[in-house]
Write a protein that binds this ligand. Structure first.
Ligand code: NAD
Ligand code: WQD
Length: 336
């Protein structure tokens, strides 16, 4: 049985689908601060399996102890946390509490229950603002520019120290680049609360008529078309990466993997691809740069391919088509 923290959220729900379809048993703990019960119900619809959902907080040791007492957990995939960069600048304590303290409580509960296999959702943001592209796992963590990024870098360090102190721990730190897209069923996808911070859900909400136009944050970057470049990967490919990492969790210690395609795509290319694939126009205007944005970064994803046998299989067109299938069938997300 695998414990998935944050399994009612975007990446977690897609990963639970892949786990169940691969024959794994899953229990989810989620406090539903940014996830929904409906997402878990839809995972059950896709897979035809029952997903136990514990509505609880990973900072609540008693809730965790009860989950470990009730289920024979072999490993934990840890998605639970807060992820909005701008909000983290305004509410740093909430981010350090959820992301850092939450992980400490989780690790304590795991150790008490004799569970030492952990997969952690890290981020490309830990490379910091000075790293040359493409990012390689052997590069040092850099200086992060917001509390969200700092919380991810801190947790990575905590986990490394923990694994160094006790060789029973086996951990994978997965550094995601920019996950987008949705399950091809159209039943689950990204459902941000309020105004989306991220590009893909913003494009999708403009396309479905929830927002008037996209503001492209800067067109004077030193890139081919002046807009920023990112490494967008399909969320189902990312989910599959967790299964591969889980299979590889045998040796003691910490392994770090970039999960990306290895290719940068510009904001303008994203808008154009969306329209080409879906036939839906996305009105846009160029606006000011967003503070803290880097011009361009992408992964060197060779290590995950070499050691995990993982590489992305879904194309940019798949990402666009699947995003649109989800958004057009669920214009208001899980709310209707
Ligand atoms: P999400 O917000 O959709 O999912 C996170 C889930 O965790 C939500 O369902 C939320 O309700 C739950 N949660 C938050 N705090 C909790 C707590 N204290 N106790 C229990 N549950 C809690 O986000 P996501 O996009 O699915 O991201 C999953 C993980 O991957 C996060 O840790 C995020 O930082 C990381 N990550 C995401 C991206 C991205 O672009 N989406 C990129 C890199 C890393
Ligand atoms: C992509 C590009 C924007 C919205 C963030 C976090 C990162 C990671 C993923 C978790 C950028 C541009 C966006 C809009 C735009 N999360 N954009 N108009 O910034 O690469 O990464 O989310 O770890 O830590 O920083 O992704 O989707 O926000 O932006 O022009 O309305 O789209 O400027 O160039 P980003 P994003």
């Amino acid at each position: 049985m695998i414990l998935v923290t944050g399994g009612a959220g975007y990446i977690g729900s897609h990963t639970v689908v892949e786990l169940l379809q691969a024959g794994r048993e899953v229990v989810v703990i989620d406090n539903l601060c940014n996830g929904s019960q409906e997402a878990v119900r839809r995972v059950e619809r896709i897979t035809g399996k029952v997903v136990p959902l514990v509505e609880g907080d990973i900072r609540d040791r008693h809730a965790l102890d009860a989950v470990f007492a009730e289920h024979a957990i072999e490993a934990v995939i840890h998605f639970a946390g807060l992820k909005a960069v701008g909000e983290s600048v305004a509410k740093p304590l909430a981010y350090y509490d959820n992301n850092v303290n939450g992980t400490l409580v989780l690790c304590e509960a795991m150790a008490a229950a004799g569970v030492h296999r952990l997969i952690f959702s890290s981020s490309a943001t830990v490379y910091g603002s000075e790293a040359p592209v493409p990012y390689l796992e052997s590069m040092p963590r850099g200086s992060t520019s917001n509390p969200y990024g700092t919380s991810k870098a801190m947790v990575e360090k905590v986990l490394e120290d923990l694994a160094a102190a006790d060789e029973r721990w086996s951990m994978a730190l997965l550094r995601y680049f920019n996950p987008i897209g949705a399950h091809p069923s159209g039943l689950i996808g990204e459902d941000p609360q309020g105004i989306p911070n991220n590009l893909m859900p913003f494009i999708a909400q403009v396309a479905v008529g929830r927002r008037d136009e996209l503001a492209i944050f800067g067109n004077d970057y030193p890139t081919a078309d002046g807009t920023c470049e990112r490494d967008y990967l399909h969320v189902v490919d990312l989910a599959v990466g967790h299964l591969k990492a889980l299979k590889a969790l045998e040796a003691p210690g910490v392994s770090v993997y970039n999960l990306g395609t290895g290719q940068g795509i510009s904001v303008l290319e994203m808008v154009k691809s969306f329209t080409r694939v879906t036939g839906v126009e996305v009105p846009y205007r160029f606006g000011a740069r967003r503070p803290g944005d880097l011009p361009a970064f992408w992964a060197d994803a060779a290590k995950a391919e070499r050691e995990l046998g993982w590489s992305t299989e879904r194309s940019l067109d798949d990402m666009m088509a699947d995003t649109w299938r989800w958004q057009s069938a669920n214009p208001k997300g899980y709310a209707g």
